[in-house]
Design a protein around this ligand. Structure first.
Ligand SMILES: Cc1cc2nc3c(=O)[nH]c(=O)nc-3n(C[C@H](O)[C@H](O)[C@H](O)COP(=O)(O)OP(=O)(O)OC[C@H]3O[C@@H](n4cnc5c(N)ncnc54)[C@H](O)[C@@H]3O)c2cc1C
Length: 386
């Protein structure tokens, strides 16, 4: 069967792309390798801007899918601070449940959702692409690759992969029945990332991430040693850990060709400081569908304008967070000094939840604040040396 667009992968990016393309009248097939609902390793934190984006596109999600976070607790070695979160700024969810609801929305918009259909390869054919799946071939004029960090579409049509310095390795325990009064973020257990304990509706998710190029031991042993520091965790009662890769955004990559696009993790669109990927997956998926629709209706000759959009709108935000991360992890002693003596880190967390100010403004303020604080920090360290 021939479709206007084939979307590969029914995660957040894929179901949003399929919904947005079908809503605009295109014939859409959404190809997912797993049977839905499928498990997806994720902290499941969803910010206000994501919910606003989905609602603005017309995607309806029941409130019962989400758990409200009203407090974030940040811990560094020797200190701890808390910040109150406004209602709706930060929610958590289970990704199997969220992604299934999104796939049903794509179906409601008119997309044909085919789960348990792994894509094995993609090649250019007459009038578009031939997509080889475990359940037969599919042809489509356009392809949107939303098949995650190890994307098959990217491999066959774009030919690049993430080098170890541009991808994180993460592991989590999904602990049913564990009740937490706050979302916890811990520093000091990873060299270029944080560790976390996120409250969810029916338990909590405990996780760790580290840049692949800096990982000297197994990520699961890193997770085990982090979990053993948590007073509310019984290590003998933990479920098996699961691990997954997480791309680092903020680096320019090829995400558009004349008739094929990449979105979400397949394109590397993840905030490299917070690890927030669902917002960028939803945004890039919806935008990819809009560009496909314009190309289909002859307003654009091809899909290359999507690359310009990503370079102009997404890359600067993600790059600002990359630089903010480098600033933070460059000298943890200085960063911890700022944390103890100011609200600067807590205000970054609050801004991520609210979606305001934008990352570039957050980075600008953080640089100014760091420069202003440097003399006091150096004086305190010289005082320590005497
Ligand atoms: C441990 C961890 C914690 C995280 N925590 C958070 C968080 O709290 N908040 C947040 O915003 N982000 C978080 N992220 C990032 C977030 O999970 C991702 O950025 C997001 O899932 C990207 O969505 P996606 O749709 O692009 O890809 P995915 O969710 O990975 O979906 C890709 C889909 O493609 C399918 N697929 C793959 N290959 C094929 C194939 N060959 N054929 C057909 N289908 C295929 C997969 O089965 C999958 O369903 C976390 C990531 C990790 C690893």
């Amino acid at each position: 069967m021939h479709y206007d667009v084939a979307v590969v992968g029914a995660g957040v990016a894929g179901s949003c792309a399929a919904f947005a393309a079908a809503k605009r009248g295109l014939s859409v097939v959404l190809l997912e390798k797993e049977a839905l609902p499928r498990y997806k390793l994720c902290g499941g934190a969803v910010t206000r801007k994501t919910m606003e984006l989905l609602a603005g596109e017309g995607i309806r999600l029941p409130a019962k899918l989400f758990h409200e976070v009203r407090k974030v607790r940040v811990k560094i070695p020797g200190a701890e601070r808390e910040i109150d979160i406004a209602e709706g700024d930060i929610l958590t969810t289970y990704r199997d449940v969220l992604d299934y609801a999104l796939a049903k929305e794509a179906d409601r918009a008119g997309a044909e959702v085919r789960d348990a259909t792994r894509v094995k390869g993609v090649k250019r054919g007459r009038g578009g692409y031939l997509i080889k799946t475990e359940c037969g071939d599919v042809s489509a004029k356009f392809v949107i690759g939303c098949d995650g960090v190890s994307s098959v579409v990217r491999k066959y049509l774009f030919g690049w992969r993430f080098p170890p310095g541009e991808v994180g390795v993460a592991a989590e325990y999904e602990v049913p029945g564990l009740s937490l009064d706050a979302m916890e973020i811990h520093f000091g257990h990873a060299s270029f990332s944080y560790t976390w304990a996120f409250p969810k509706a029916e338990g909590a998710t405990i996780g760790v991430a580290e840049l692949a190029s800096r990982l000297k031991e197994s990520i699961v042993s890193r997770l085990e040693s982090f979990a053993s520091t948590l007073p509310y965790v019984d290590p003998s009662a933990l479920p098996p850990a699961k691990a997954h890769l997480i791309p680092m955004g903020g680096i320019r990559r090829k995400v558009a060709s004349p008739r094929a696009l990449l979105a979400g993790d397949a394109a590397g669109f993840v905030d490299p400081l917070s690890g927030e990927g669902t917002y960028y997956a939803a945004l890039s998926g919806i935008k990819a569908a809009q560009f496909v629709n314009e190309a289909f209706n002859g307003k654009e000759e091809n899909l290359l304008a999507y690359q310009s959009f990503c370079d102009r709108e997404l890359l600067p935000e993600l790059r600002a967070m990359l630089y903010l991360g480098r600033l933070f992890y460059f000298n943890l002693d200085f960063s911890y000094h700022l944390f103890k003596n100011s609200d600067v880190l807590l205000s970054v967390i609050s801004a991520l939840g609210k979606g305001e100010p934008k990352p570039r403004e957050i980075l600008r303020r953080a640089i100014i604040y760091s420069l202003r604080s440097l003399p006091g920090y150096l004086a305190s360290r010289v005082g320590l040396l005497r």
